[in-house]
Design a protein around this ligand. Structure first.
Ligand SMILES: C[S@@+](CC[C@H](N)C(=O)[O-])C[C@H]1O[C@@H](n2cnc3c(N)ncnc32)[C@H](O)[C@@H]1O
Length: 308
């Protein structure tokens, strides 16, 4: 990762992303878990950022251990801050303890004990003492691994960190989307900043870069610049890397549907398992049709901003 997700960008990230329908993404994840009849007790989120999805994962009542991993300690500090604010402001948890300088939280809710850990680590090479039932990653974070060896390293780490009957679910921007993003520049006007955004597409390298210049509304403070790079990979390449890493079964979906994903789909969701029969343990075709149809309708309403 180049110099990105610095302290300043971490401060404004949620404001810049305020229209992202995380609630809807979480419901889609919920449907995938129901479809695969999965009730995970432990979850690892890769590239968890400021915890927009981590805070939703807490709502999965079966979970008693969540680890949120990100390379940027600035994003993780923001995440911990948000978790604390949520804990102080909501009645959901009757009791909680903070340990190790905001990196570990013990929460109590009726009979449920939940641990939430934040870890500053690289998702290309991570090791945990205890394995997880579920590993997830959202918002094209895996596209940030612009070198194929990094993506392989991430999949290998996920394979050794996943329980044998667990699921690894992640989204990625398709190679088709990366190559057809329109090159443009625009300005995002925040309450306390201006963010100059420039999209650059290098189609030959399947590379999309976003150059950001963030200027606080304060003449005393300097502007900051960041470059974000995402690489698109063909589905065949991703499947090969997953198989090389030990995943024996993989379903690929056109995001927010249960239809098979294609290289020209916009966003893809992958559900990968170490056990070759694990994905066959599902609720069957009728439920798949139901979830698919419901998510497509919701997707349409979300795009019109009627839902979530
Ligand atoms: C687009 S943001 C998504 C954040 C979060 N998943 C969300 O949905 O809001 C991408 C995140 O990937 C993280 N990231 C990029 N490269 C990484 C790496 N090699 N290891 C861990 N995290 C990484 C960044 O720090 C950033 O928080």
């Amino acid at each position: 990762m180049e110099q990105s997700y610095t302290t300043y960008f971490a401060e404004i990230y949620d404001d810049v992303m305020k229209n992202v329908p995380y609630n809807y993404w979480f419901r889609y994840l919920g449907d995938l878990l129901k479809y695969y009849q999965h009730q995970p007790e432990s979850a690892l989120e890769l590239a968890s950022g400021t915890s927009n999805m981590t805070l939703k994962l807490i709502e999965l009542q079966s979970l008693n251990r969540i680890t949120a991993l990100d390379l940027s300690s600035a994003m993780l500090s923001k995440a911990a801050e948000k978790l604390e604010a949520e804990l102080y402001n909501s009645q959901k948890f009757s009791n909680f303890k903070v340990q190790n300088n905001n990196s570990s939280y013990q929460l109590q809710q009726n009979k449920r004990n939940l641990t939430v850990n934040f870890k500053a680590q690289n998702m290309t090479d991570f090791h945990f003492k205890d394995k997880f039932d579920l590993i997830v990653s959202f918002f094209d974070s895996l596209n940030y691994l612009t070198d194929i060896d990094q993506l392989q390293g991430c999949f290998e780490s996920a394979a050794r960190s996943l329980n044998n009957d667990g699921l690894f679910i992640f989204d990625m921007n398709s190679v088709g989307r990366i190559n057809t993003i329109e090159e443009k520049s625009f300005v995002i006007e925040g309450d306390s900043y201006e963010c100059f955004w420039e999209d650059i597409v290098k189609a030959k390298e399947n590379l999309w870069q976003v150059k950001l210049k963030i200027c606080p509304d304060n003449d005393q403070l300097p502007c900051f610049e960041e470059t974000h790079s995402e690489r698109g990979y063909k589905i065949e390449t991703i499947l090969r890397l997953l198989k090389n890493s030990g995943f024996k079964a993989v379903d690929v979906y056109n995001a927010f549907s249960f239809a098979t994903g294609k290289n020209h789909s916009d966003r893809l969701y992958f559900a990968a398992a170490l056990d070759e029969k694990r994905l066959q343990q599902n609720q069957g075709k009728l439920k798949k049709l139901f979830y698919g149809a419901r998510n497509r309708i919701d997707y349409f309403l979300v795009s019109l901003k009627y839902l979530f």
